[in-house]
Design a protein around this ligand. Structure first.
Ligand SMILES: [Zn+2]
Length: 285
């Protein structure tokens, strides 16, 4: 369709118009091939905010899979190979994507990460803290501009907008979670630590510090005592992790809230954070 249109056009128009047309079609074909790979859905969510329609963003981790133990498929390697770059968070969470992307693998948490780490007890689930994400934007923007300088104005405008929306989001969540402040939760896995730290919720226990590794019986018994003492207002489950030990722990005394750190069905970052905060707020008031 393109070539017949172009032939038709050449017959009728001036050389100047031809140059414009060729330039325009070269541009659009470049854009068709402009693609980025993202390790897990939250990396895709953040990247899509900055990229908009400028490029294709494809998430490698299939829905329902746990990022910690994912074995990439040959099709993942092919996509990462063809992509301009592969974005991921951290070796502990989604390092397999960094290895696929080789030298074009870019950590979203990047420079900010080492600083953040010290403050948050080595927790790599940085995407669940909207302010930590906001602080990653300048580095992420620089990386995109370096990869695709022609997209600079688009990336810049998107980055500014996303940054502002994250500040608003943070203020909203402070409000949403005001009744949960200083209250305590137990988590299936330390995914939400940064989020809870940000909004003043205490984490008094974790069942699987590494997914799949269950707690020694004595430590589990301690958590049962903690729940019995009435100090815990909710137990946080994850769809990727075993539910049975949480049911035992809750013993019908404490609500279990299932929060998916990967977004579970939404592809919008704000929606991931807002819907999770609302579910916590429901049981905290
Ligand atoms: Zn994790």
């Amino acid at each position: 369709m393109h070539s017949s249109y172009r032939t038709h056009f050449i017959n009728k128009q001036t050389t100047f118009a031809l140059v414009v047309l060729v330039a325009a079609s070269a541009c659009s074909s470049d854009q068709a091939q402009l693609r980025y790979a993202a390790s897990i859905e939250p990396a895709g969510m953040i990247l899509r905010e900055l990229v908009g329609d400028r490029a294709e963003v494809r998430v490698l981790l299939p829905p329902g899979a746990s990022p910690h133990h994912y074995e990439p498929k040959p099709s993942d390697a092919r996509f990462a190979e063809d992509a301009f770059a592969t974005f991921y968070f951290d070796n502990e969470v989604d390092g397999w994507a960094a290895r696929l992307g080789d030298e074009r693998a870019i950590s979203i948490s990047g420079v900010e990460h080492s600083e953040t780490r010290e403050h948050v007890h080595n927790n790599p689930h940085i995407w669940l803290d909207p302010i930590a994400v906001q602080r990653c934007i300048p580095e992420l923007l620089n990386a995109l501009i370096e990869l695709d300088p022609e997209g600079t104005t688009i990336y810049q405008a998107n980055a500014d907008r996303f940054s502002e929306s994250l500040k608003r989001l943070d203020k909203d969540i402070q409000e949403t979670l005001k009744d949960a402040k200083d209250k305590a939760v137990i988590q299936a896995h330390p995914s939400w630590n940064l989020f809870f730290d940000r909004y003043g919720i205490r984490v008094v226990g974790v069942l699987e510090s590494t997914p799949g590794a269950s707690l020694p019986p004595r430590q589990f018994a301690k958590l049962v005592d903690t729940v019995s003492s009435g100090d815990v207002f909710a137990i946080i489950a994850e769809p990727q992790l075993a539910r049975a030990p949480l049911e035992t722990l809750a013993a019908g005394k404490v609500p279990i809230i299932e929060l998916d750190p990967l977004g579970g069905g939404t592809d919008r970052y704000e929606e991931l954070i807002r819907s999770s905060a609302e579910r916590i707020a429901e049981v905290a008031s």
